[in-house]
Design a protein around this ligand. Structure first.
Ligand code: ACO
Length: 326
């Protein structure tokens, strides 16, 4: 068994910026309400001609450049998304766009936990020696599936993509992980298929349709996040033989500033160790963790060797934590 190192990160948001002032025209809300409840000031939304493959490929290109890895040297691409351009999968479109002709590519769906689940999945391929290098991408265009008349949800989400390059290594920088799922809580956050019956013949019928917009029980999701996320981070710390004091940076799924604050407080992690870009990006689902990591790494705030505790949580419900050294 060999280890995994993290050698590149990149992220992108669409150019179009949707502010709280814009939203106050669309629905009965205000900048004050949104900022005080969520910390979000603005988010970015994809233009009609902008696709997931565009965002994901740009983020992937930036991560490969940082890693100094040629696209042809990538063995594995996992694209975490709930909003593919094509329900059959979008990872192969990214593979072709970036010229990773030797890679095997597939999509993975675990909502806002998707990036974390994909990262852990890719790490297992590297640890077994099956592959030498992996590109893990998280990207979502939730603006396609938001009910823009529902003020309880439309204020929260933004679009984006982020990517990380993982490579096989003698030293293992992924110290531990914990992943969880609980389908009993599924109804609290859904983007569900909705169909109408079509008869194909005598006693023969199928359903056809599309997807209902995002529906969320905000209070239940909030309660779930602030109780389960600290617990799973503590489990990951314990598994790695580390303590909360060892953590240099807390990089949570960027759902909402109040959740970030509550989780940090429960763990006893000071504000200056908490990475947040939720004010500028909103909740970008599978993109949010690499999107939050990208800038502080590129600007040198996060230094090689720093210990990062990360956690994802979202629909499924799914959640999990990973502890790794940059
Ligand atoms: N503007 C103004 N008023 C609003 C808005 C809005 N945008 N949204 C809701 N309200 C109103 C409600 O109608 C309600 O009014 P009422 O009391 O007259 O019925 C009142 O504000 C309180 O509503 P709550 O839903 O109880 O508000 P809460 O304080 O719980 O905040 C929020 C809502 C921000 C969504 C909170 O529940 C939360 O942060 N939940 C977690 C959501 C989340 O992060 N989801 C995604 C995580 S998983 C993933 O990433 C997919």
């Amino acid at each position: 068994v060999q280890g995994v190192k993290f050698s590149g990160v990149g992220a992108v948001t669409p150019r179009q910026c949707l502010t709280n002032a814009h939203l106050s025209v669309l629905v009965d809300t205000s900048d004050e309400w949104i900022q005080s409840r969520t910390g979000i000031q603005e988010r970015h939304v994809a233009a009609p001609d902008q696709c997931l493959v565009d965002l994901a490929s740009e983020a992937a290109g930036a991560a490969l450049q940082m890693a100094g890895l040629e696209p042809t040297a990538v063995d594995l691409i996992i694209l975490a998304t709930s909003t593919p351009d094509d329900l059959f999968g979008t990872a192969c479109l990214v593979q072709t766009r970036i010229g990773a002709v030797n890679a095997v590519a597939f999509d993975l769906t675990a909502a806002c936990s998707g990036f974390l689940f994909a990262l852990v999945t890719a790490a297992q391929y590297l640890r077994t020696g099956a592959y030498r290098s992996a590109l893990v991408i998280g990207g979502d265009i939730l603006s396609r599936w938001v009910d823009w008349g529902d003020r309880r949800t439309c204020i929260l989400f933004g679009d984006g993509a982020g990517a990380m390059v993982l490579q096989a290594s003698n030293v293992d920088q992924l110290l531990s992980f914990e992943l969880r799922s609980d389908g009993r809580l599924n109804e609290h956050l859904t983007l569900a298929f909705t169909g109408t019956p079509h008869t194909l013949g005598d006693n023969l019928a199928i359903a056809q349709g599309g997807f209902a917009p995002i529906a969320m029980n905000g209070r239940e999701v909030y309660r779930f996040a602030v109780t389960q996320v600290p617990e799973v981070i503590e489990k990951a710390l314990h598994r790695a033989g580390c303590t909360v004091e060892d953590i240099d940076w807390l990089v949570l799924h960027q759902a909402n500033q109040r959740i970030l604050d509550a989780v940090a407080e429960r763990l006893g992690i000071p504000q200056e160790k908490v990475i947040s870009n939720v004010g500028q990006c909103g909740n970008t689902s599978a993109a949010s963790i690499p999107l939050a990591l990208s800038e502080p790494i590129q600007q040198g705030h996060i230094q090689p060797g720093d210990l990062i505790a990360t956690a994802g949580f979202g629909a499924g419900l799914t959640w999990g934590a990973a502890l790794f050294r940059w």
